[in-house]
Design a protein around this ligand. Structure first.
Ligand code: HEM
Length: 404
């Protein structure tokens, strides 16, 4: 062994970051090819995209930490006996790698941020909303999106070439030159023969910078939604309400099919003015205002999708309304016509419900089925209902007390 290689090895943090990022990139490339080749709407495709994006963004954040760490903890010197050209090539490959570790995830992020037809939010590991890059408006078209895809796709080949060179170099030094270069980067048992690492420093600034970037980006949607606030549900005053709704005990839910399984959710904020007299059913009328931003499905990806422009467009249209008219009694209960207006699109559907009134307290359960197409919901991404079924079932449970 040369004296230089004997002096030290990489720090444990550098070794961990190296292998975690390496494994992530080696996994992301075939997954990227595979998921892109799946037919649109194939089962599991959406999960693969989300996983690819989550791990890709993790690479970006870890790379920030890695670069910070590298600046504070220079790499152990290369063996003295190594040819100058080889040293230059080795350094060059390493710096191209750092560039790739930034540019690959960044180009993927630009790619999803420039989507102009099929827009899907990114939710990291199903937990953290990751916004699209800002100021991408000018690139949200076929050309901008196409260039981002080209760059993202071709960088993979640059990465593969670099990985081949990098691995070949490491193996050559381990097997032919026996100068211990590979062992400096091998964790645990295999690296035992290598001499101890140098004392490390700069953990706070390296990981602090990574944590700061992560928090700033992940925090942006939370700040934006707090700034938007929730919708003001103002009564039109057109209904002479004779019932007070017990909102704690009541619920408006929705459900449908997505990717072969059922999704369901509820609206947390809504208000209803109900004028209903069982002795004069045909004169009944109810108006419901719903805060579109209050929908919750228990799945962060669905919640984020629903808020976006092509679904509820919460920032543009914070309120949806339902007007119930044409009430009539049926053999099994009651029926009414529900006119749902969202994003200025209105659709009418029959609303069948049962009603029980005991001591002035009413319990009502009803259902209506609406369509995505007439309501312009998700038509940009999925006009053919390949992923999300056309029908949206709305179920309503209301408990209310009579006030007249
Ligand atoms: C180091 C990180 C990453 C690597 C190595 C990587 C690698 C790849 C590869 C090899 C492909 C296939 C390209 C092709 O079809 O030729 C791909 C596709 C894709 N990547 Fe990444 N990626 C990374 C990060 C990201 C990130 C951070 C995002 C988004 C936030 C992203 C989004 C996508 C998308 C949406 C596709 C599918 C393109 C299509 O629809 O065909 N990637 N990626």
């Amino acid at each position: 062994m040369t004296p230089a290689a004997e002096t030290s090895r990489y720090t444990a943090v550098a070794i961990t970051l190296h292998w975690v990022i390496a494994l992530a990139i080696i996994g992301l490339i075939p997954v990227g090819w595979y998921m892109g080749d799946l037919p649109d709407g194939a089962p599991g495709q959406e999960m693969l995209y989300q996983m690819h994006k989550s791990i890709g963004i993790t690479v970006l954040i870890l790379t920030i930490a890695r670069i910070g760490w590298r600046l504070a903890n220079p790499a152990p010197p290369l063996p003295e006996g190594m040819a100058p050209l080889e040293k230059t090539a080795s350094h060059l490959v390493h710096w191209v790698f750092y560039g790739l570790m930034i540019l690959m995830p960044l180009s993927g992020w630009v790619y999803v941020s420039t989507a102009y037809e099929f827009q899907v939010p990114t939710v990291l590991f199903g937990l953290v909303s990751w916004p699209h890059l800002p100021f991408m408006g000018a690139l949200q078209n076929e050309t901008g999106h196409g260039v981002a895809e080209f760059v993202h796709s071709k960088l993979a080949w640059v990465a593969i070439a670099m990985i081949v060179l990098h691995v070949a170099g490491a193996v050559k030094h381990e097997i032919t030159d026996e100068d211990g270069v590979l062992k400096r980067m091998i964790p645990g048992l295999f690296g035992r023969s290598a001499p101890p690492q140098a004392p490390s420093r700069g953990a706070l600034s390296a990981f602090g910078a990574a944590a700061l970037v992560f928090s700033l980006v992940a925090g942006a949607p939370l700040v934006a939604s707090a700034a938007n606030g929730s919708a003001t549900l103002i009564s039109t005053g057109e209904v002479a309400a004779n019932w007070v709704v017990d909102y704690e005990a009541s619920e408006i839910g929705f459900s449908g099919d997505h990717d072969g399984s059922e999704y369901s959710g509820t609206f947390g904020e809504w208000s209803a003015d109900i004028a209903f007299d069982p002795d004069e059913v045909s004169a009944a009328r109810a108006e419901v205002a719903v805060d579109t931003g209050s929908s919750r499905t228990g799945n962060k990806l669905y919640d984020d999708s629903l808020k976006s422009a092509e679904w509820f467009n919460v920032s543009g249209f914070p309120t949806a309304s339902v007007v119930l008219t044409d009430f009539a009694e049926t053999e099994t209960g009651y029926t009414a016509t529900a006119a749902l207006t969202i994003k200025e699109q209105t659709m009418e559907a029959p609303f069948a419900f049962t009603l029980e009134i005991v001591d002035g307290r009413a319990t009502m359960d009803g259902e209506a089925v609406f369509g995505r197409t007439p309501l312009d919901l998700g038509l940009q991404s999925d006009p053919g209902a390949d992923w999300v079924g056309e029908e949206i079932n709305v179920s309503v449970h209301v408990e209310a007390s009579r006030i007249d």
